[in-house]
Ligand binder design. Structure first.
Ligand code: BES
Ligand code: MN
Ligand code: MN
Length: 476
């Protein structure tokens, strides 16, 4: 094994990429081992498996020379690992923090999977083989992109060229309640110059992307209560408020004819897109037909007068994620339910204030309740939108690394999704994130048959290896 210790020379990108190639089938097997552990963080039934998943990751990182632990938190364990970097020069180089998550979404509805969600399979697709399993791309495949890149550095240089810390959380998909308390407590150990996050997408399979805008998220659950018990809808119907009718009417009033959100003050802080950004997005040549065709649609639907990219990357939204109440079994039952519930999310952009929007939503509902009804609210999280600087030197270094791997420049993109940790990292640890992800739009994130193209997995490993090489050329 060559080592920077002896000669101080960094391995060439070529040598790193060759090592990634040599180890790729073993890297794929390890990803499958990771995917076999059902780390569904939201469901306590999986707590033991989630813990086992954290321990698995700790063992992998320990084998790569990291000091690693599954730290106890108020929720799921936090995987933290540190390596000081190899050789006398490492301390002069930038410190890199990697963030990702090892937890996954629930696999339901199970009957829609073509193979069991926690038994990863390699399936042939139009772009070669893909691995199908819950968490394949969100986020285990991407976390392994980082781990396997560190393995290539370990094999070619004895370890990473820079001081490296990993913080891989186990409850990103379920509210991250331990993340901020953990970050406050572990602030000193997490100190770094940049945070690299791999939990987003590419432009297309051949074109890498750096995400510079994430939407924020306010997630509320509202229950409208009416009569004290379920009632015969003939005996009482027409004479009492029906919570399902009431709730659905309120929901219908959340959008106007232009499909804008009607909550007073909702658009406060929403900026118009700078002309330059708008022009850059137009130049991307986004293919609406492909994006919509993949999900069986011909036309988009949303705020009037906006393109699909504007709608998903730069406009706020309101969506009902689930609604229930009354009789939902087979056949008919004549009943007026005592209560009805909806899970409603708002995606936020620019400077929209999550706390203000949660409050305004409660007022919106409360002011529309008829006598005899009351509403109960539960918050499932509130995070503001994020914009990261497009002129950072770390972004320039990532750009060089990605060019070396793909033979073309990464595009700067936005995303409609949210990664609350990015805001916490900015606020508590005082550093910007660099979002380099390898997912594709048709990966079925959060859906049945989630997949990760092996080509994307290979390029994720190659890219992280090359980007780390670029960071190593910088001074702290
Ligand atoms: N990795 C996703 C975020 C994402 C999705 C980024 C698609 C880019 C494209 C992340 O795991 C996620 O699902 N975030 C949640 C928020 C969280 C609070 C549950 C989201 O966006 O709904
Ligand atoms: Mn994710
Ligand atoms: Mn997710």
């Amino acid at each position: 094994m060559s080592s920077q210790n002896s000669n101080g020379v960094l391995p060439s990108t070529q040598a790193l990429l060759a090592e990634v190639e040599r180890g790729f089938s073993a890297s794929t097997q390890r990803l499958c081992d990771f995917l076999r552990i059902p780390s569904v963080s939201t469901d306590p039934k999986f707590d033991a498996e989630t813990r086992r998943c954290a321990d698995w990751l700790v063992a992998e990182l320990t084998a790569l020379g990291f000091k690693a632990e599954a730290a106890k938190t108020i929720g799921q364990p936090m995987v933290v690992a540190h390596h000081p970097g190899v050789g006398p020069d490492a301390a002069k180089r930038p410190r890199i923090l990697y963030y990702g998550h090892y937890d996954v979404q629930p696999a339901d509805p199970l009957e829609l999977w073509n193979s069991p969600p926690f038994e990863p399979v390699l399936v042939d697709g139009p772009r070669g083989k893909r691995v199908v399993a819950r968490g394949a791309v969100d986020d285990k495949g991407q976390v392994m992109g980082i781990v396997e890149a560190l393995r290539a550095w370990h094999a070619t240089a004895g370890g990473p060229p820079c001081p490296v810390t990993l913080m891989i959380e186990g409850e990103e998909e379920s509210g991250s309640k331990s993340l901020e308390p953990f970050m406050h407590e572990a602030k000193a150990r997490l100190a770094a110059d940049v945070c690299v996050v791999s939990d987003t997408g590419m432009w297309d399979i051949a074109t890498p992307a750096i995400t510079t805008r994430l939407r924020g998220l306010v997630y509320m659950e509202v229950t409208v209560h009416g009569p004290t018990r379920d009632l015969h809808s003939g005996m009482y119907g027409g004479a009492v408020p029906n919570p399902i009718n009431v709730l659905s009417k309120i929901i219908s009033e959340l959008h106007d004819g232009e499909r804008r959100v009607t909550i007073p003050g909702f658009y406060d802080g929403v900026g118009e897109l700078p002309a330059q950004t708008k022009a850059q997005w137009e130049s991307l040549g986004f293919n609406d037909g492909e994006f919509l065709g993949d999900i069986g649609l011909k036309e988009g639907f949303g705020e009037r007068g906006r393109s699909t990219l504007e709608r998903t990357w730069s406009r706020p939204t309101c969506d009902v994620n689930g609604i229930f109440g009354g009789y939902t079994g087979k056949g008919a039952k004549t009943v007026i339910a005592a209560h009805a519930t909806a899970k409603i999310s708002f995606r936020l952009v620019s400077k929209q204030d999550p706390a203000k929007i949660a409050k305004a939503f409660e007022q919106f509902v409360n002011s529309r309740l008829p006598a005899g009804c009351r509403a109960e609210f539960e918050s499932h999280g509130a995070n503001s939108a994020i914009e990261v600087s497009e002129s950072s030197r770390f972004l320039a270094a990532a750009d060089r690394g990605l060019r070396a791997v793909f033979g073309k420049a990464p595009l700067l993109i936005g995303t409609g999704g949210s990664i609350p940790a990015v805001g916490s990292i900015q606020r508590i640890l005082g550093m910007d994130s660099l979002l380099v992800g390898f997912g594709l739009d048709d990966d079925c994130v959060h859906s049945p048959n989630e997949k990760f193209e092996l080509e994307c997995y290979r390029n994720a490993i190659r890219s992280h290896a090359a980007m780390l090489g670029e960071f190593a050329q910088m001074t702290r």
